[in-house]
Design a protein around this ligand. Structure first.
Ligand code: HOZ
Length: 430
């Protein structure tokens, strides 16, 4: 397999783009290789600029739940584009998508569309602060809510991958208002939220962590979080940028039956185009300008192409048994991979829920950021390169999830299982 075209492009990109990439994890540094440049994708297959084909388990980091270049989504985007691509004015499509989101997501009575998950989460905390008149944001170690200043404290995703504890350029005055505590630990949670010296506006969490690898919280923990925040008048924000329309049509909140005050969305609702959203209780959402004083705006927000792609995607997800089929297929695959891990001569923990999964190279149960950080990232790098050599495209970081889509066939999932077994053996022999 040659990757000479990707190598050439990476050299060209590095001249004019920092690190040669437009998002740090893509640079593949933690897995010890250079990035592939992608030419096209179809279904569950991506093709690089050298013509190599891979079974894709990145899925653009989540949006591609129906598979790449789904004909109905592509047709919708083409047709919509013929009428113009941006007006900076209201369009009928944004009402349709808003109605669909309100109908789907239990906590959402009103929704505002933005262009990314980062925009959605940074606005959600501004709104929570404006609504409560309080300042402190409580987040969880290893959760990642995009790259806004307030969230770059003990964050997951690229910061965990690259070992960056915070970021220069974020004033101390801002992060002093962020409190990061251990995920999945009820005692720490209760002690923090009941501390009257704190001025807590909101708690934001990923209801299934997807940016320190896949970590599933205890259902009782989520219940406790909901009851405490309700009792103490703290706004509860579920960051469902990954889990929204992924675990179930109504997201993790439908899956677990726990309803937050605000929800942030992204990825799937844009059908592969750049969309984020935040929504929630009417009384809180009515604080947003122009109805209320909390400001948020955007020229491309509610962009007609992105709205149309989102609508087309949600229509596919509404098909009968869509989630049952996807979650059953992914669940079986995770079970088989778990057995592969048990048979392996190396320590591996397989965490999974719905169509999300992560194999952690550690002997410890992975339940929070500290246990995730016990994973052997050198081994993950080795595994990543092994799998890539066999035509399997995984996330280039131990601290991300693998996404299974409706487009993955049973043959492709069997190949994943077979190559995983082969890779674990190779790693054990090293
Ligand atoms: N964990 C990130 C998405 N949730 C990875 C994508 C990126 O940062 O580019």
């Amino acid at each position: 397999m040659t990757t000479s075209q990707s190598e050439k492009m990476f050299a060209l990109a590095r001249r004019v783009i920092p690190g040669g990439v437009n998002s740090p994890v893509r640079a593949c540094r933690s897995v010890g290789c250079d990035p592939l440049f992608i030419k096209s994708a179809q279904g569950a297959t991506v093709v690089d600029v050298d013509g190599n084909q891979y079974i894709d388990f990145v899925g653009s980091w989540g949006p591609m739940i129906a598979g790449h270049a789904h004909p109905e989504i592509i047709e919708t985007i083409k047709k919509t584009a013929e009428y113009g691509t941006s007006f900076g004015a209201p369009t009928p499509t944004e009402i349709t998508l808003a109605d669909m989101v309100v109908e789907a997501v239990p906590s959402v009575e009103k929704v505002r569309f933005v262009n990314s998950g980062t925009e959605a989460t940074m606005t959600a905390i501004r709104l929570a602060r404006g609504y409560t008149g309080k300042n402190i944001v409580v987040k969880f170690d290893g959760c990642y809510h995009g790259h806004a200043d307030s969230f770059l404290v003990k964050a997951g995703s690229g910061l965990a991958t690259l070992g960056i504890p915070g970021s220069p350029g974020v004033p101390e005055d801002i992060v002093k208002n962020t409190l990061s505590i251990a995920y999945n630990d009820s005692e720490v949670l209760e002690k923090t939220l009941r501390d009257e010296s704190l001025d807590i506006a909101c708690v934001i969490l990923e209801p299934v962590a997807g940016n320190m690898g896949c970590i599933v919280p205890d259902r009782d923990y989520l219940k406790r979080l909901r009851s405490l925040t309700e009792e103490l008048g703290i706004v509860l924000i579920f960051d469902e940028v990954i889990t929204g329309f992924r675990l179930a049509y109504g997201g993790a909140q439908e899956f677990f039956g726990i309803i937050p005050d605000l929800t942030t969305l992204g990825k799937i609702i844009g059908g592969g185009l750049p969309v984020g959203a935040y929504g929630g209780k009417r009384a809180i959402m009515d604080q947003i300008a122009p109805d209320g004083p909390v400001y948020q705006a955007g020229t491309l927000s509610g962009n007609p192409l992105a709205m149309a792609a989102g609508i087309a995607t949600l229509k596919i997800l509404q098909q009968p048994r869509f989630y049952q089929n996807l979650n059953d297929k992914a669940g079986e695959c995770a079970e088989r991979l778990r057995k592969v891990g048990e048979r392996a001569a190396i320590d591996v923990q397989l965490n999974s829920i719905g169509s999300l999964l992560t194999a952690f190279f550690t002997d410890q149960r992975v339940v929070d950021f500290d246990s995730a950080m016990t994973a052997d990232t050198q081994r993950y790098g080795h595994h990543y390169r092994n799998m890539l050599s066999q035509g399997i495209y995984l996330a280039p970081s131990q601290f991300e999830v693998a996404f299974i889509s409706a487009a993955h066939t049973s043959e492709e999932l069997k190949k994943l299982e077979k190559m995983t077994e082969w890779s674990f053996k190779k790693i054990a022999e090293k």
